[in-house]
Design a protein around this ligand. Sequence first.
Ligand code: ATP
Length: 442
Amino acid sequence: MENLMDKIISLAKRRGFIFPGSEIYGGMANSWDYGPLGVELKNNIKNEWWKMFVHQRADVVGVDTALVMNPKVWEASGHLKEFSDPLIECKKCHSRFRADEMKGDKCQECGGKEFTTPKQFNLMFKTFIGPAEDAANTAYFRPETAQGQFVDFKNILETSRKKLPFGIAQMGKAFRNEITPGNYIFRTREFEQMEIEYFIPEPKKDKDWEKYFEMWLDEMKRWLKHLGISDKHLHYHDIPDGERAHYSKRTVDVEYDYPFGQKELYGLAYRTAFDLKNHADKSGQDLRYTDTETNEKYLPHVIEPTWGVDRSMLVAILEAYHEEKAPTSEKGEEDVRVVLKFPKWMAPVKVAILPLSKKEELSNFAKDIYGDLIKDFICEYDETQSIGKRYRRQDEIGTPYCVTVDFESLEDKAVTVRDRDTMKQDRIKISELKNYLSDKLK
Ligand code: ATP
């Protein structure tokens, strides 16, 4: 039996969601490209996130900062010193592994049993600015979006005139020279993050930050529900002392039951004033916040919820994937219906327009309907192959509604709308079609 990951990887390739990167050159290990449907799905997820956490919250503003920043940023943040994983090397085949992720005591490549002692491997992606490749021109691709929010904190505070508590959101690419990338788009060296740095008053008492931490944990749960992720696949893991990132006083990892095991999906961390303090020290700038009521000046503390875009895509597809017994075909064969039951807001295509025949009078009529619907919805027009095969394709890409145009449509000015999940068909007047679809897609 083909396992679920293989099925998803194959469907995503076949239908244009996700392709292996640089495939015509034999690919590049663990790099993936998002195809026409993949990029729609990804944009829907990113836009929905932005809407939920930036547009629909008065206390969060957005930013979009550079991928390559002044290297001093990474000295201050501690990434140059601390952002590393323990690396070991098999003495026989020289394959390298993350020491903390070793399964058993044998090399997964050659079965060798002897390894070098673990050494810390920095995950920062190095590059050079300008023509000279020397230390003075060394720079790094950002390993997280978060530092942009800290570095721009003062500019944003002054221009947005926000009062604490408030957040700065950013989404975009991050780069990590992972020792063991893999599991499809779960761990890659180039990926996207959506992060909020939520600045809170300096805690007067030990636990003053906790209510904000709980608020963001609830917000993350709200998002997961919206994404269609079932509670039974989710776990909230409080990371114990000694295992947290160098900057964090409390971290909760949101973990998901992937087909390859229970692993991190998102994270929530209390970063204290660690970042602002280090940037203030290193840059010599005053990054303190002035309380307008008390005139007190202090460095705000930070709660950071962080979401991986690619992992969001992966879990959205895993949750949406269903195999159902299809109605027995005309030839009497039993069939399996593969359907991606995305929440409707997430589906890359909302409506497919399918004329039953390619005859000009019908296809012109159907194209007019398509031309009108496309002003309001992402639509696909498809007149090739049998109607059964076309339904199958739309089910596989998760299109919530198929509009079938038949010869009767020319007479009664009505079409048949098929619902992806129930497969129920409604005959709808063309004059009412837009309203009908708008209501259903709300
Ligand atoms: P992991 O323990 O899986 O290495 P992490 O704890 O290092 O992850 P964070 O630094 O908390 O991850 O990054 C925030 C989010 O970015 C993660 O929750 C995840 O969704 C995403 N992410 C991190 N590394 C990768 C990667 N290599 N590929 C894809 N997404 C990633």
